[in-house]
Design a protein around this ligand. Structure first.
Ligand SMILES: O=C(O)[C@H](O)COP(=O)(O)O
Length: 232
């Protein structure tokens, strides 16, 4: 009997309150908006409609991704599947930009600087002030974890990729259909690796909210081209 084909479904959380307010979010824990709830439910309905049903789930420690996962799984009748939450799937840490309005930050520092902070490969945003309003060091969910002060995409990749390789890839290699509900930049990290996107070209890649992206793997576990499930 042949092993079923490994399939990876990536979903960025639905619209969050700070996506709506246009604020830098990173590790700060904000909830979904009403539109975000609708997007997450629609993502699950699409999985059901296309008959692509996940058997195993992974998500971050952040409410917006966890809720997106649960809403999507409920919509496709798969709330019962095993799920693992891990900080290594968290959004990249926005450091000292956390909580700031993205437009006001552009007005203050210029479009180019903000683009570098948001989309460069290896320039991290300014460090978060320790002990300030957005310091998560004392948050019990991060007990025992060295919460970063700021992360570039490169630093994000340095924790997402080892986790993918140690925890997600073996499940895929067993021929399972895996769903990962995560964040714009933790998913850019994964897509960069799976689609072999260069450090330069990755600045162009945007991940829309609530839109399942699919990779099917070959028998050699090489990922095929990615596609949006809505287009199939
Ligand atoms: O953390 C955030 O602010 C967003 O989720 C992603 O932000 P970005 O589009 O600036 O990378």
């Amino acid at each position: 009997m042949s092993t079923p084909r490994a399939t990876l479904i990536l979903v960025r959380h639905g619209q969050s309150q700070w996506n709506l307010e246009n604020r830098f979010t990173g590790w700060w824990d904000v909830d979904l908006t009403e539109q975000g709830v609708a997007e997450a439910t629609a993502a699950g309905a699409l999985l059901a409609d296309k008959g692509l049903l996940p058997d195993v789930a992974f998500t971050s420690l952040q409410t917006r991704a966890i809720k997106t996962l649960h809403l999507a799984l409920e919509a496709c009748g798969r709330l019962w599947i095993p799920e693992t939450k891990d900080w290594r799937l968290n959004e990249r840490h926005y450091g000292g930009l956390t909580g700031l309005d993205k437009q006001q930050t552009r007005d203050r520092h210029g479009d180019e600087q903000v683009h570098i902070w948001r989309r460069s490969f290896d320039v991290p945003p300014p460090m978060l002030e320790a002990g300030g309003e957005f310091d998560l060091a004392a948050d019990p969910r991060y007990a025992g974890i060295a919460v970063p002060g700021a992360e570039s995409l490169k630093l994000t990749i340095e924790r997402v990729l080892p986790y993918y390789e140690s925890d997600i890839l073996p499940v895929l290699a067993a021929g399972r259909t895996v769903i990962v509900s995560a964040h714009g930049n933790s998913l850019r990290a994964l897509v960069k690796h799976l689609s072999a996107i260069s450090d330069e070209e990755i600045s162009e890649l945007e991940i829309p909210t609530g839109q399942p992206i699919v990779f099917e793997f070959g028998a050699d576990m090489a990922p095929g081209p990615r596609y949006y499930l809505k287009d199939r």
